[in-house]
Design a protein around this ligand. Structure first.
Ligand code: CDT
Length: 325
């Protein structure tokens, strides 16, 4: 008996600054229901799927020391609880349809959270929700790209490093949907360590939402390569770790900024098995056999047999012993 899961990659088109959360949730519900019609058990939404990609604007009156002054608009893009009343219909519908989902959003933590450290944090976060509408995994983005301070020379900002902290939590995996699931967010997908840390925990499907502007101001020569690099890194991550990868875009022209679409479902062979053809709201699906991972994990990428971590000390030891490479 195979362990197959039908997965829907729910690409979003642009979300404007004026769109309300309720309007966005209606779009997500439409895609979730479309997923149910296609037999999906899991529907994957992109990074920051409830709002426009607000790091493109300098929104607060702080200085190089950080966020300060009037943060009313900035704060309005974050969720202070999950679920919350506006997003609750998505959880309810997931439970009714028996379709789980993955959702990215901006998280403003509660300083009074008994499980917290007593201070407030801003994270770029994603959750995994099972077919009963229960949160079974949470991931906070580790690799935060862009810049910390207002850089007026750019056509638009990429202030993720101002508005989000780097998560210290790393890459956990979660037993769900009959398999081992992991999550990463956008820029994380470019780093081999992202996949490998989860690969070492036996991950079978990595869910990745992204917002990737087509215009990279620090080096515009990379602009025509955005689509190539997107699939390059996710296909390599899948193959080298014997895992499925589901990469889901918020694409199209959002508030004047053009972003990559190219949502894709990638097999452990590294092959793209489903790909979006538009730059707007679109669901693409694939029947994914989780047992296919074993073919790679037990052969070419049998980590226990073939990896040589003792020769990788530069990346495996934070404090290498003197003389070691
Ligand atoms: N959202 C996100 O992480 N985007 C980055 C853009 C990098 S350019 C500052 C990405 O890696 O796609």
């Amino acid at each position: 008996m195979t362990r197959e899961i039908v997965v829907g990659a729910a690409q979003l088109g642009p979300i404007s600054r004026d769109d309300t959360r309720a309007e966005v949730v209606e779009r997500l519900l439409t895609l979730l229901r479309r997923g149910a019609e296609h037999g999906c058990e899991l529907v994957v939404f992109p990074e920051l799927a409830l709002t426009t990609f607000f790091p493109r604007w300098f929104l607060d009156e702080g200085d190089e020391a950080g966020i300060a002054g009037d943060t009313t608009e900035l704060d309005s893009y974050y969720e202070t609880a999950m679920p919350n009343p506006v997003v609750q219909p998505l959880f309810d519908e997931a439970k009714r349809l028996k379709v789980g989902f993955h959702l990215g959003y901006a998280e403003l933590t509660d300083p009074n959270d008994p499980q917290g450290d007593g201070t407030q944090h801003r994270y770029n976060t994603a959750i995994l929700v099972d077919r009963e509408g229960e949160i079974v995994g949470r991931y906070r983005k580790v690799h935060i790209p862009g810049h910390e301070n207002h850089e007026p020379w750019r056509n638009f900002q990429h202030l993720e490093r101002r508005y989000f902290e780097e998560s210290p939590e790393g890459f956990d995996v979660h037993e769900a949907f009959g398999g081992v699931f992991g999550m990463a967010i956008c820029n994380d997908r470019r780093w081999p360590e992202t996949y490998r840390v989860m690969g070492l925990q036996g991950v079978e499907m990595v869910l990745i939402g992204y917002n990737t502007p087509l215009n990279y101001a620090p080096d515009p020569s990379q602009n025509p390569l955005q689509a190539f690099h997107n699939h390059l890194v996710m296909q390599a991550g899948a193959y080298q770790n014997g895992t499925w990868v589901v990469g889901v875009a918020k694409g199209g022209i959002e508030e004047g900024v053009e972003s990559l679409a190219q949502t894709a479902i990638i097999a452990p062979s590294g092959q793209v098995v489903a790909q979006a053809t538009t730059i707007g709201d679109e669901l693409v699906t694939a029947r994914c056999d989780l047992d296919m991972c074993e073919r790679y994990k037990k052969t070419l990428f049998d980590f226990d047999r073939y990896r040589r971590p003792e020769t990788y000390s530069l990346i495996t030891n934070l404090n290498p012993t003197p003389g070691a490479t």
